[in-house]
Design a protein around this ligand. Structure first.
Ligand SMILES: *Cc1c(COP(=O)(O)O)cnc(C)c1O
Length: 372
């Protein structure tokens, strides 16, 4: 049996370190906004080669607080890819921004400067490249678009902790970047957590206020904020893990390369998530015209898979009053029908990859057999 992810195994060797974190919280009696949060913020800002990190309660809060802290005001237009996890758009709508969706490049699933520029209008104030599946977007291209059009870049880096463009890690290419530490992400808390990373002191200090009810000091509420604070113990757990992140990411890289190598001869299967250099392979995504059949076959062989994502943002029920139609973003729609995420986690073995690919081959030869 090969599960899609195996978090139990992932954390097993860190148990005593986690228990130390928990003990120290119980010893000090500090459970939120303490030294562990500050320490993780310093470490993660350094890791992202950025000046500031503000710990938050989730990746969605990081997007929401980030948008609110970036001097965007209600009605400002923001460009977001139609192929992303719904939270990117949800947070923008909760911040009362005017969302304009952009299609993506079919070979990577990413929004590119050219797919984005079709959506940029004179009213656009910000653009949100999403580093989907761990693949870094074309940040030099987005920076150029940003200069040309006078718009902010805000990175959604929820799936790309440590991904690189050249020598530089994602998270420092725009005004700010949001990260998620949802358990299954490359860096995942033992619960919910997220962070905003920025080089702007203004954005960082606004985000610190916003996460704590807009308070500048106790009971002085300078703005309307929310409770989006990061827990002490989650911060402590994340500090433990941060020391292993590069190792985990390079393990993902090796496994992704093994998948690519072994899938090479199969015409019906094309890997998506390794087309971009500097990827941290949050997911290993392939395209297949008969995705649902393949998925069922793999389930029958005890191989876990995922679909990221089955429905594009513009066709979600929550978007139904916003005037979108099927056909509006063809690449995003095609991908939603064809993508399949294969098992990929740092503790997987090369043997596991071989087994998955063998099962795929078995499926394909069975199909040929049934067609003739
Ligand atoms: C996971 C994710 C989020 C949301 O993060 P949470 O921590 O689950 O709130 C946002 N954007 C993308 C692209 C994600 O993958």
């Amino acid at each position: 049996m090969i599960p899609f992810v195996d978090l139990k195994r992932h954390h097993a060797t860190l148990r005593t370190k986690y228990l130390d974190v928990l003990s120290s919280a119980l010893d000090t009696g500090t459970f939120t906004s303490g030294v562990a949060v500050k320490q993780f913020e310093t470490e993660f800002a350094d890791y992202c080669q950025s000046s500031y990190c503000v710990g938050l309660a989730s990746g969605t809060d990081a997007l929401l607080v980030g948008f609110l802290a970036s001097a965007l005001v209600p009605g400002d237009e923001i460009v977001i890819p139609a192929n992303t996890f719904f939270a990117t758009v949800e947070a923008a709508l909760l911040a009362d921004l005017e969302v304009r969706l952009a299609d993506v490049d079919e070979s990577s699933g990413l929004m590119t400067p050219s797919t984005a520029s079709l959506a940029v209008s004179p009213r656009t104030r910000a653009i949100v490249p999403v580093h989907l599946f761990g693949q870094p977007c074309d940040m030099p291209g987005f920076q150029e678009l940003s200069r040309e059009r006078g718009i902010y870049v805000f990175e959604d880096a929820a799936q790309a902790h440590g991904a690189k463009v050249g020598l530089r890690r994602v998270g420092s290419f725009g005004l700010a970047a949001s990260f998620s530490f949802y358990p299954a992400k490359n860096l995942g808390a033992l619960g919910e957590a997220g962070a905003l990373v920025t080089n702007s002191e203004e954005v960082a200090s606004a985000a610190r206020e916003l996460r704590d009810h807009g308070q500048v000091r106790k009971y002085c509420h300078e703005r309307i904020g929310l409770n989006a604070r990061l827990d002490e113990i989650q911060a402590g757990f994340l500090s433990v893990q941060l020391g292993y992140l590069d190792h985990w990411n390079s393990r993902r890289q090796e496994l992704a390369e093994e998948y690519c190598y072994r899938l090479q001869g199969l015409d019906e299967i094309s890997p998506l998530s390794s087309t971009v250099e500097g990827s941290v392979h949050h997911l290993f995504v392939v395209r297949c015209k008969f995705r649902n059949e393949l998925r069922e076959h793999l389930a029958g062989e005890d191989i876990g898979t995922g679909v990221h994502y089955p429905v594009p943002v513009h066709l979600q029920p929550a978007m139904r009053e916003r005037g979108y139609d099927k056909g509006d973003f063809p690449a995003a729609e095609t991908l939603c029908e064809e993508v399949l995420s294969l098992p990929l986690f740092p503790e997987m073995s090369v043997e596991d990859v071989k087994y998955v690919v063998l099962s795929i081959e078995k499926f394909l030869s069975g199909r040929v057999g049934s067609a003739s």
